[in-house]
Write a protein that binds this ligand. Structure first.
Ligand SMILES: NC(=O)c1ccc[n+]([C@@H]2O[C@H](COP(=O)([O-])OP(=O)(O)OC[C@H]3O[C@@H](n4cnc5c(N)ncnc54)[C@H](O)[C@@H]3O)[C@@H](O)[C@H]2O)c1
Length: 288
């Protein structure tokens, strides 16, 4: 996809962090926007911010874990603009701690948003994008946690590995169609957003009855520190993402410092060695 002006972008998790930065970047290119987020108040603020700048934008309160709400989002996008050219399956949440300490509610919440949320987006939007027969692009937000398995982030790592795997499959499936729809997977390292405060959007029905364990409290402190230490802003990551879409790049790895760890992991697999320390190249991020 090369041209963005007057084209339509749908962004999930658009009311904050990276989603909002993607929305601002898309607006700066003259795109029309459909913003989706589960947080109705934050979505309203984002809508006002963007429309004040003259951007054509609608907002749809959407929980990506619910397939029916993604179908409704697609219908709203079509009703407003008649077309969808760029889909960011971006909404995501984090939960950590030792992997055996994650509750069934943690699993349902994290996999519901991070994995089912992306699949629900594909089911609702890919058929209409293919039917349009125009250049279109899908960006699924994974993470370097989709390529590395750092300790105490097991649930998040597993969900983001799933996003990388389903995105690689999407790439191959789209190729089979021979149509003009392309896709990318976005894998950033830490950057400063509200991700460490993901609990704010956890549905009431999936709250834990027990307080966080020691490993979960340790991870929370580490996560807050790591997110704040990010050397790229959400706006910079959004700009790199649009560059990659324009260039037709599938893997969007925004933090080159992480590449040696990914290469080491790939070599461990190919050589059938036991896993190396994923923090070997960045010991300052290791939970202690
Ligand atoms: N911040 C980082 O360090 C980092 C690193 C790698 C990947 N990511 C990924 O980037 C994406 C965006 O996260 P962020 O860092 O901007 O965090 P964020 O918390 O600032 O933004 C996430 C947005 O998603 C929304 N959301 C949460 N649950 C939702 C649901 N069920 N349905 C719809 N919207 C929902 C939130 O309300 C929020 O507006 C996520 O997929 C995250 O996993 C973040």
């Amino acid at each position: 996809m090369q041209h963005f002006e007057h084209q339509v972008a749908v962004i999930t998790g658009a009311a904050g962090g990276l989603g909002l930065a993607l929305a601002h970047h898309a607006a700066s290119l003259g795109m029309k926007l459909v913003l989706a987020d589960v947080d109705a108040n934050a979505l309203e603020v984002a809508l006002q911010e963007l429309s004040a700048d003259g951007t054509e934008v609608i907002g749809v309160v959407t929980d990506v874990a619910d397939p029916a709400q993604l179908d409704r989002l697609a219908a709203s996008a079509l009703q407003a603009y008649g077309r969808v050219h760029l889909l960011f399956n971006n909404a995501g949440v984090g939960a950590g701690g030792l992997i055996w300490e994650n509750t069934a509610n943690d699993v349902e919440w994290v996999f519901g948003v991070n994995v089912a949320g992306v699949l629900n987006g594909l089911r609702a939007f890919v058929p209409l994008m293919l039917a349009q027969g125009e250049p279109a692009h899908i960006v699924n937000t994974a993470s370097v946690a989709g390529m590395l398995a750092a300790p105490m982030l097991g649930l998040y790592n597993a969900s983001k590995h799933a996003v990388v795997g389903l995105s690689e499959t999407l790439y191959n499936d789209l190729k089979l169609t021979g149509g003009p729809v392309n896709c990318s997977v976005l894998c950033p390292a830490y950057f400063n957003t509200g991700i460490a405060a993901s609990e704010r959007t956890r549905p009431d029905a999936l709250h834990n009855t027990e307080p966080p364990t020691a490993s979960q409290r340790t991870l929370q402190v580490q996560l807050e520190k790591a997110v704040k230490s990010g050397n790229l802003s959400a706006a910079e990551i959004a700009a790199l993402t649009f560059d990659a879409v324009r260039a037709g790049h599938f893997y969007i790895l925004t933090h080159p410092a992480i590449l040696p760890a990914i290469t080491l992991r790939a070599a461990d697999i190919a050589l059938q060695r036991n896993p190396s320390d994923p923090y070997q190249h960045r010991p300052q991020l290791k939970p202690s």
